[in-house]
Ligand binder design. Structure first.
Ligand code: HEC
Length: 276
């Protein structure tokens, strides 16, 4: 027979007292506790309308089911991740872009003079005026057509700078030669010509206008009619082109030189042949 230490017996007695039972003799203490515990459990189980504290106590023992992800989180988890090797390629992208732009620009730098540059810049115009200047949405430049509209290069520069929208707002109806054979070209009659001020630099605008007049339009740079204009505006030694490259402005170029018409800082009516 083993002796049960006093402190264990006391603990057992205390538990029973807490459970509402009366204290009994130490000898039966352990056995009684064992017997009554299942009985107590069994007695409460059938009571479906059991006391609230019991159900509340049972709830935390069951782990709550995991909350389903929101569609956003689910999509984020299921996303295709960028493979690590592609990160290297992505990191190099800015350098690639820089090199690409350099390679395109370097070509433009090699070609010297307004006509060479203008041939490149004309990429901005070809969609509407045709790659060879034969026309499309916009007018043709070929076979002298552009020279008929603009006997003075300044009027063409102004028109390309500011475009149909600004001419409409300013109420300028005839942007080119008012005495044009076959009738003047009227603002908006053919459609909308975008203004290129800001999109292209002033010297780029001069270069593309030179391309339209001399390469596409057929002006003869050696002729008496066009030789002077060509020398000053469009030749490789064009002083106006150089000044624009150095930061002068088309709008105020006439203030620096005698004998040229004002391009000005906004739309103006076109001039007849021989105006400058
Ligand atoms: C989105 C199409 C479009 C683009 C791009 C475009 N143009 Fe035009 N262009 C037009 C249209 C349309 C007209 C006729 C405008 C009108 O009727 O007022 C025109 C007219 C002109 C004229 C007057 C021709 C004439 O004989 O009356 C010139 C010069 C001109 N464009 C030059 C250029 C240059 C230079 C570029 C490129 C830097 C360019 N255009 C890009 C559509 C375009």
């Amino acid at each position: 027979m083993t002796e049960i230490p006093e402190h264990l017996l006391k603990r057992s007695r205390d538990r029973r007292a807490a459970a509402g039972g009366s204290s009994e003799s130490p000898g039966t203490e352990v056995a009684t506790t064992k017997d009554t515990a299942p009985a107590a459990a069994a007695s409460t189980t059938p009571a479906s309308t059991g006391p609230a504290p019991r159900t509340a106590a049972a709830a935390p023992s069951e782990p709550p089911p995991p909350k389903p992800d929101s569609p956003v989180v689910a999509a984020y988890r299921a996303r295709r991740k960028v493979p690590f090797w592609a990160m290297a390629a992505l990191a190099l992208l800015p350098i690639w872009t820089f090199m690409y732009v350099r390679s395109v620009t370097a070509q433009a730098e090699e070609a010297s003079g307004p006509l060479a540059m203008g041939a490149e810049i004309y990429a901005n115009c070809a969609a509407c005026h045709g790659g060879a200047g034969g026309g499309g949405v916009g007018y043709a430049f070929t076979e002298g057509e552009v020279l008929l509209t603009f006997p003075n290069i300044e009027d063409q520069l102004r028109y390309v700078l500011y475009g149909t929208g600004a001419y409409n707002v300013a109420g300028v109806e005839i942007y080119g030669n008012p005495d044009r054979p076959g009738g003047p070209h009227v603002t908006g009659a053919r459609g909308a010509m975008p203004g290129f001020e800001g999109a292209l630099t002033d010297y780029e605008i001069l270069s593309v206008v030179c391309h339209e007049r001399y390469t596409l339009g057929g002006a003869d740079s050696g002729s008496e009619e066009w030789g002077d204009e060509f020398e000053h505006w469009c030749s490789e030694s064009s002083e106006y082109f150089l000044e624009l490259e150095e930061g002068a402005s088309l709008a105020t170029l006439h203030e620096m030189h005698d004998g040229i018409l004002a391009v000005g800082d906004g739309p103006a009516s076109g001039s007849p042949a021989g105006a400058d």
